[in-house]
Ligand binder design. Structure first.
Ligand code: NAI
Length: 700
């Protein structure tokens, strides 16, 4: 027997156990071992039924994704399924931990499924830009009906055992002893007069949709509405729909074809890159397993404004009790009213229950007195973005907070090292930069100051994960990774308008690139007055942006900005008044207007941002190109199917990007276009950015 799979017999039950830590992935040895074990059970006259289970903490995490993109080795996962499904003796999958992807697909080829109460089941292939490729799209609809199958396959999210039992993916939920219950279940199936039918032979759940697929199609349309140019969610629907009119074996073959086509496509490559990038982002030099995070059982947030309220919610949602400190009762009331309203909306939408809302609200308390937060393990400051205000707050925190408390700032731009100097404990200070709305957005930039101690970083990483964020460790500089690159992306916005593009032209180029919003629609949403005030305080100007604000056009909140919104905030209409303003400013400044192509817009916005990313890498502000991708995917809605700016740049060709940057640098003189040394080096060597950083040629 292959070492990764063990076989034992207990009475009339053969127990086949997958042992391939950490997640019992169905690599070659496991596939081979399971088939061999099934053959052995089939041949053993004393065995009447089989239990298939996972050793260690879990059933199976699915296919071994390190094999993706390599030459496939037989037996394949579909071969494993066929072997289980065609056994003459019933096979029961005994699931604990999780059954994901191929793991769940194999269990669907068994004749019964039982799981522990805390088990989780999922077909998450869509998140890697794929469809389930081992029969999931054909067997699941036969088990629970095509609509319910789409609910599992298109979003790809885990389903708990209770829900899985309700919808019929599971036959039973086990008591204390999964294996004992699974054996009893298998023996029952073996003793029954009629052998349980394999899912390939079941058609009853498909009949309604075969007669009239309109409800299924409508449901599919709702589920894929947010697919935003991603191919995989649509391919999932196509595959499930095949169950209605394509014979089972033919549908399996087509499912496999679609799977392989997606696997070789750019989007899946990008999404697989992001899957690994997110894990890689947790690896921080100098912070290994020996660095223990501090315990955070109580937190405090300073400021109950836009960010403070959202951060307090994020913590409360993750189970951490929080005290919010504000300047006065009025500010507290305002902040709490917003929080209450947000939770009420979630209850109305059905995303949380009223009890859950009350539990979360119960974790929040408020105060105006620093003594009430002195024993918090972590404080996150989210007061006005002014160094003088922040310094006063950190001075005060240094006075009152217990020793060992972590002091974090949510600043967007300010120097975290300067802030730390206001305390006698700079090792306990760091930046924890959340994104708005902080209770929703996944990105958390963890800003490591010069003196921040490793266990403080480890704590922020652990807490970030606990509250469902995607943390990325970054260094101190103006705007850190995300906002600094955003500034470079915006540097040519005004020039593009003056030279002939309309706000709608620029926004359309962004939508076509895959962003869900362009920069001008985004500016209108966020409020143009914010940037205007910042510019005034820094003595900067922007011909068009300033003129709009001077005319009282702050964006959606005033009904007018770069667009007009007379039919509601979602209905941005190009405004001839703005076109005239732009033309007039261009004339004043002596700028000749011409047609501007979508390619030019991308070159003058996205390329500078990539260039800034390369500078950020040179300076060590981000540890690796993939960290930058994670920042942009989770904080700035960079299109997932493009894998993040740095991944996309490599796909688009660094040499081409450097050449175009040089061209625009020559033409405009704008320093955002001056190619970064790292970019030049990688382009010249024909290597990846990561290899150029490591100073070696790309051997991949
Ligand atoms: P805000 O103006 O909505 O809220 C600031 C709150 O802090 C107000 O409620 C104010 O009463 C309170 N406050 C001011 N001084 C205080 C003090 N000394 N003690 C206690 N409370 C005090 O501002 P917002 O947008 O929440 O920003 C807060 C911080 O978060 C800033 O540093 C900002 O740069 C940063 N940030 C903002 C983002 C955004 O999208 N708004 C995104 C990420 C970071």
């Amino acid at each position: 027997m292959a070492g990764d799979v063990t076989y034992s017999v207990d009475g009339a039950v053969a127990v086949v156990t997958i042992n391939n830590p950490p997640v019992n992935a169905f690599g070659f040895d496991v596939r081979h071992g399971v088939i061999e074990a099934m053959n052995r059970a089939e041949a053993d006259p004393d065995v009447t039924c089989v239990v298939l289970t996972g050793g260690g903490r879990t059933f199976s995490g699915g296919a071994d994704i390190t094999e993706f993109g390599k030459t496939p080795r037989e037996p394949s996962l579909p071969d494993v399924n066929t072997r289980c499904e065609t056994m003459s003796k019933p096979v029961v999958a005994a699931i604990h931990g999780f059954a994901f992807g191929g793991g769940l697909e194999v269990s669907l080829s068994c004749h019964g499924r039982i799981a522990t109460a805390d088990a989780k089941l999922a077909l998450p292939e869509v998140k890697l830009g794929l469809i389930p490729g081992a029969g999931g799209t054909q067997r699941l609809p036969r088990l629970i009906g095509p609509e319910a199958a789409l609910d599992v396959i298109v979003p790809g999210n885990p389903v708990g055992a209770k829900k899985a039992l309700e919808v019929g993916i599971l036959d039973r939920v086990a008591g204390e002893d999964l294996l004992a219950d699974a054996k009893a279940f298998a023996l029952e199936l073996a003793a029954a007069d009629e052998k349980p039918s394999a899912l390939r032979d079941r058609e009853d759940r498909l009949e309604a949709a075969r007669r009239d697929p309109s409800a299924l199609d409508a449901h599919a349309a709702t589920l894929t509405k947010k697919a935003r140019g991603l191919e995989a969610p649509l391919a999932c629907v196509r595959a499930v729909r095949m169950a209605l009119d394509t014979p089972f074996d033919e549908a399996l073959a087509k499912e496999r074809e679609i799977f392989i086509e997606l696997m070789n496509g750019d989007q899946s490559k990008a999404q697989r890159h992001l899957f690994f990038a997110e894990r890689e982002a947790n690896k921080i030099p100098g912070i290994d397993r020996d660095v223990r995070p501090r315990k955070v059982s109580k937190a405090a947030v300073i400021g109950a404004g836009t960010m403070g309220g959202g951060i307090a919610m994020a913590l409360a949602n993750g189970g951490v009790p929080v005290t919010i400190l504000e300047m006065n009762q009025e500010a507290i009331d305002r902040g709490m009213a917003v929080i209450q309203r947000n939770y009420d909306t979630s209850v109305k939408r059905g995303s949380i229950s009223a009890e859950e809302r009350d539990r979360r609200l119960g974790r929040l308390s408020t105060t105006t007195d620093y003594n009430d937060i002195a024993d918090a393990d972590l404080v996150i400051e989210a007061v006005f973005e002014e160094m003088s205000v922040k310094k006063v707050v950190f001075g005060k925190l240094d006075e009152v907070m217990k020793p060992g408390a972590i002091l974090a700032s949510n600043t967007s731009y300010l120097d975290v090292d300067d802030i730390a100097q206001m305390t006698k404990r700079p090792a306990d200070v760091l930046g924890m930069h959340f994104f708005s709305p902080a209770n929703v957005m996944k990105l958390l930039e963890i800003v490591r100051g010069k003196e921040t101690s490793p266990d403080v970083i480890a704590t922020a990483l652990a807490l970030g994960k606990q509250i469902g964020k995607v943390p990325v460790v970054v260094g101190v500089c103006h705007g850190f990774v995300g906002n600094r690159m955003l500034s470079s992306r915006s540097a040519e916005n005004e020039s593009l308008l003056l030279e002939g593009a309309s706000p709608a032209d620029v926004d359309k180029a962004f939508l076509d690139f895959g962003f869900s919003m362009g920069p001008f629609a985004m500016g209108d949403l966020a409020g143009l007055d914010i940037g205007w005030r910042t510019r005034k305080s820094l003595g900067q100007t922007a011909a068009i942006g300033d003129a709009l604000c001077e005319a009282g056009r702050f964006g959606q909140k005033t009904g007018k900005g770069f667009y007009s919104y007379e039919d509601g905030p979602r209905d941005a209409k190009p405004d001839p008044w703005v076109d005239a303003l732009i033309a007039e400013k261009a004339k004043e400044l002596g700028v000749n207007r011409r047609n501007i192509s979508a390619d030019e817009i991308v070159e003058r916005t996205i390329y500078p941002m990539i260039n800034e990313g390369a500078r950020i890498l040179e300076e060590g502000i981000a540890l690796r190109p993939s960290d930058i991708d994670i920042v942009w995917i989770n904080g700035y809605a960079f299109p997932i199917g493009k894998g993040g700016p740095m991944f996309w740049a490599e796909q688009a060709g660094l040499e081409h990007i450097v050449e175009r940057l040089e061209f625009w640098h020559g033409k405009t003189g704008n320093p955002v276009f001056e190619p970064a040394a790292l970019l030049r080096k990688a382009a010249k060597e024909g290597s990846s950015l990561a290899s150029a950083m490591a100073g070696k040629d790309d051997v991949a």
